[in-house]
Every structure is written in C-alpha cells, then in structure tokens.
Design a protein around this ligand. Sequence first.
Ligand code: SIN
Length: 522
Amino acid sequence: MRDKFLETELLIIGSGISGLTAAILGAQYGFKIVIINRSPSLEESNTWYAQGGIVYRGQNDSAKILARDIYLVGDRIGNIENINILAKEGPKIVKNFLIEKLKIPFSKDTGKLHFSLEGGHSKKRIIHVADETGKFIEKFLLKELKKYPNVKILTNHTAIDLITPSHHSPQTRFIYRPLEVIGAYVLDNNLRKVKTILAQRTILATGGAAWLFLYTTNPEGARGDGIAMASRAGARIVNLEFIQFHPTCFCQKDAPCFLISEAVRGEGAILLNEFGKPFTKKYSSQKELAPRDEICRAMYREMIERKVENFFLDLSPIKKSGLCLKERFPFIYQQCLKYGIDIEKDLIPVIPAAHYTCGGIWVNSEGKTTIENLYAIGEVACTGIHGANRLASTSLLEGLVWGKRCIENIKRQKKYEDLKKFQIPTWFDTGIETPDDVLLRQDWLTIRTTMWNYLGVARSQKRLERAKEDLIYLENRIEKFYKETKITDNLIGLRNGVRVARMVAQSVFQNKKSRGCHYRLD
Ligand code: SIN
C-alpha cells in the first residue's frame, strides 16, 4: 500500500457549522486549506440534524440576560469569561454572517424574524428555519465554501491519528520540543489508502460522542473521534461526565430514534405520562420548559416508579393556538407520519436520549488546545460555556463564534515550520486480517448498551464500577484487534468510541457530586 503526502497550511477535520465557518473565514484570509469529512458528503454532520434553531437577540433581551440564562442552566459552573464572549459576539455574527452575508431564509412572522422559545430561556430569542435549521445553515455554508479555490475538499476520508513529531518522527531529538501537532494520518475510504496530511495548524471540528449511547438523537458520526485522537496526542480533556440527555426522542418499536425538537414544547406542547396525564409540574415550576436535565430526571423518576416505557407529547395545545403544525414542523410531521403517527391528531411517543457532549477537549477563548498548533471547535471542544448542562440552541452559536475566533487566532500566528524536517514516515499498517463484521457489531452493541444502562440519566457507584471494568476490558481487547486487523472507518471509530466511553466512565466515577446533567443516585 503506497502512501500519499499532502501539505497544507490548515487542516480542518469535520464540516459542521464550526468547521465550515473556520474554512470560509480562513479561505477569505487566503489560507491554503484541506477540509475532510469521513462521510461521502460534506453535509453529514451533527449540524445537519439540528432542528430547534440558533440563539439570536430577542425583544427586551441583552447579552447580560442571555449570559445569565446560560450560566444558570449550566448549574452555575460554566466559564463566565467565555459565556460573556458568546452572549456578546454571537448575535452580531448571526446577523452579519448568517442573515446578511449568507442570506439564510430564517422563518418570519408578518415580515419579521420569528423568535421561538426553548427550555431554560427567559426570552423568546431563537431563530429557525421551520424545524430544519441545521440543514439550511449547512447548505448555505457549503454553497459559500465552494466559491474558494484555495479549499481542497476531501470527503470519504477518516482521520486516524494526529501527527506529533515527538511520537511520529524518527528523529529522537524532537521528543524534547513542546507537544505539537503537524497534521494527521487520514484513511481514504475510496482507495483504502492512508494519506499523510501535513499542516501548519490543525482544527478538530468532529462533533461529540452522544452516539456512544444506545438511545441518541445523534448520527453515527458522533462517536468521539476527535476527543479520542486529541487524548492520544496528549491534549487535556475535561468535563466528560456532563452528557446531556434530550427529553424528547421519538420512541416506537421498529422505528429509529429521532429528535422531536424542544421548540415543540416552546410552542405549547405538553408531556404526558402513560395515563395521559401531565406530570412536569410536580417537578418544576417551569413545567415543560424547565432545563433539559430537570425534565430528564423527572422522566427517569416516573419511569422507575412505575416501570413506564415511554411518555407522550401532546401537540393539541399548539393546534388550538391556531399555529399550522405542518408548516411550523414540516420535518417532524413527515418523519412521524412515516411511522404511523399523525401529529395533527396523535400523541407522539417519546423517551429521553443522549444528545450533547458538554465536555470535551479543553480550549481557550480562541479554540487553542493544550497542544501547539492544535485547535478544537464546536461540540468536540470544551470552552466551559455549557458548564454542567447546555442551554438549548446555543451549540450552533458556539460553533459559529469559536469557528471565527479560532481563525482570528490562526491569522495572528507568524511561525511557519519546515514540516519536511520532521521526516514523518508513511503510515505503517500492522493489520493483515480482514475485519470481522460480527465482532465489530457486537463490540459496538456492548459499548452502547453499557453507556445507556450504566452511565445514562441516573448513575450509581455500583453501575459505575461495572461500566469502568467492562470498558477497560473491552478497550484492551479492541486495541489488540485494531493492531491485527486491516484498517477501516468502522474499526477506527470503534477504537475511538471505546476509548471515549472509558473516559466518560472515568469522569463520571471521579465526580461524586450531582450537578446539571451528571446525576448520581447515591
Ligand atoms: C432541539 O431542537 O430540541 C435541539 C436544540 C438544541 O439541542 O440546542
């Protein structure tokens, strides 16, 4: 197998809102950029599936009020400096970049932007494109990106590992330099060939790890690739115990799990128990619009008390208010209809599901990690903004703001290395065996059920001990399997997934205090 070398100024791994924003702004500054996505399409990202919207500035709203909402929902442990940056700069970038430059057709009401409400917000401030906000943002960003000839797009390419001279150079003297990243080994899934991409700066924008749970709103790409690669390279990873669960994920036998946006409750839908009775009032005065962690805990208690299997969303109050459900929620309407639920008259069966990784690779206010020339933006990163629980519709905003801030930082960097001097060798594949799909499938199932059953909405010492031991054992077995087997995208993901699962278990184990979405029964 022959390797191929590529050299660039900027390597961006991942193409959701943060990666594409960084790519567009970087391209405008004239950087030579390579952007990769492991899927056949650059569109595939968590951003694509975002329904609810993006935080803007509502009526009688201010940066201060938004910052307070973010901090309170994060259970008062968020990073105040970064929260203030987001609250101040976010709405300006939404206006200048998304609304005015890209002209994203955000939904309007009598000619003015329509603001919706979601849990934990004290103001109506979320703008949206019906219930397909992420799709539109992604499409418009991609359309813009394709205007720049200095951006090379590589789809169907999976990053395997970050390249650090201290690990990968045959010259031992580089061990004594500070930890630095100079690109990545990347598997071309079409040619089944590993490329060595050398880059002055590398940006991880690979999304989170919520797909590691059996029930999730996330696509299969959210398997923790970026977190695993950064941790192998030696980066600092924080707050992984704070996995946010979304209260309303479609739940019906023989149907896939998919998100039912919180905007549905924002417009007036109510949650019902198995007897068709509302129950959220018992747990929070904010009822349906309490922060997600509180609603999920309420659902968990109901489930345990009476062995309830799922809940229901009743959209009839929205209909009564005069809003046309098919127009406001066209995606949810169509998706539910596919599985025999007509939201105009039926209740939607729902359960909580893993939704967002609040922790991740530690970064500063400009997306810099603890490793030289390695940046992380979007869900893969931890800016500390979300503290112990994320405020709805702030994730697209964070991706946008940190995508921009990270490029501004990179623009100020003057140091350019001769990357050839590191003599990075071509990828050496130790594996000769053909991957056995049955083994891979079973390992994934074990990881995902372990995460769901032992590290889900409610955690206990006994469950954690089991999870930790099982995942450590599995990680060792998968590492061995990885070394013996020919590399594929699925195998790369499995190795990353089990590592991140074990790291989540470790963080959960270490944090004895219930906070936000980390809830310990003991
Ligand atoms: C939703 O539409 O409910 C998801 C929004 C978010 O996670 O921010």
